[in-house]
Design a protein around this ligand. Structure first.
Ligand code: PMM
Length: 272
């Protein structure tokens, strides 16, 4: 069996008030920073900081509000030496986050939500995650129609990659993401996962965000919280490692690290 590279774990920090129930902005900010640092201790190599929910049906926050939530957290983590990714669809937020120390722009819209995003990413000379996306969260469920989800997503991603490179983004800075759950039904997600080779055939680095998503929840019996999807998320994480994915964007870093430890020991015939 050919040796696979162990995927990186990118820990998610959602700097949104509803993620941290303790009230005031300072408390949320501090909680977000502490959470990011603890995810690094658990084995995350990147912390992905976002200030705008992209859950199906979610409405957008204003640029000012997004910056207020995200920039101080990015700056504090970067000052601690953490590799920070900013999860934003806005070029202005991305630019300010890079100025505050972010080294990766994670744009779930693949440059479609803001016409200035590609030029900001090109000038910033940081890595850029280009995700498959068809529309904002309040409309995306109505856009979940495909002839063949694998080849359609591959085609749409390729067009965006070409556009990104035309706008000046260094191809070696590009990572792609199939965008699980974004304008995709659970069935689309599973079909896409079975065709990942087709989505990124050229050896380009792939990031996958499956952690705690609804389609995993559908496998579990009865009522449960998103955190109770961590076991299912980690099982899928191992399969994604097997598929050669570059990075897993995850909420529970510890559980994924343990799952990848098992995966690695299995392949290497023992713990290293
Ligand atoms: N999913 C969410 C947010 N950001 N970024 C990337 N690159 N890939 C994803 O799949 C992705 C993302 C939504 O999930 P959350 O609400 O659990 O953060």
């Amino acid at each position: 069996m050919s040796a696979r590279r162990r995927p990186e774990l990118w820990g998610v920090v959602n700097a949104t008030p509803d993620s941290f129930s303790d009230g005031g902005l300072f408390a949320s900010e501090r909680a977000a920073i502490e959470h990011g640092l603890s995810l690094v201790e658990q084995g995350a190599s990147v912390i992905d900081v976002g200030g705008e929910s992209t859950r199906p049906g979610a409405n957008r926050v204003s640029p000012d509000e997004e910056e207020k939530r995200v920039i101080p957290v990015v700056r504090a983590l970067a000052d601690e030496g953490v590799v920070v990714s900013v999860d934003t669809m806005r070029a202005s937020t991305a630019r300010k986050a890079v100025e505050a120390g972010a080294r990766i722009i994670n744009d779930v819209s693949g440059g479609l939500a803001d016409p200035d995003m590609f030029s900001v990413a090109a000038k910033a000379e940081v890595d850029y995650v280009l995700m498959h996306w068809r529309g904002h969260s309040n409309t995306m469920d109505s856009l979940a129609h495909y002839d063949n989800v694998g080849s359609d997503v591959a085609h749409e991603l390729r067009i965006r990659q070409e556009e990104a490179v035309r706008a000046g983004i260094d191809p070696s800075r590009l990572l792609v993401d199939p965008g699980l759950g974004f304008a995709k039904t659970p069935q689309h997600n599973w079909s896409l996962l079975s065709q990942l080779d087709e989505v990124a055939p050229s050896g380009i680095r792939m990031v996958v965000g499956a952690s705690r998503k609804r389609f995993l929840g559908e496998l579990l019996p009865g009522e449960h919280t998103p955190a109770e999807r961590d076991g299912a998320s980690a099982a899928l994480g191992v399969l994604l490692a097997e598929a050669g994915v570059f990075a897993l964007r995850v909420h529970n870093v510890r559980v994924h690290r343990e799952a990848l430890d098992v995966w690695q020991a299995f392949h290497e015939g023992g713990a290293s």
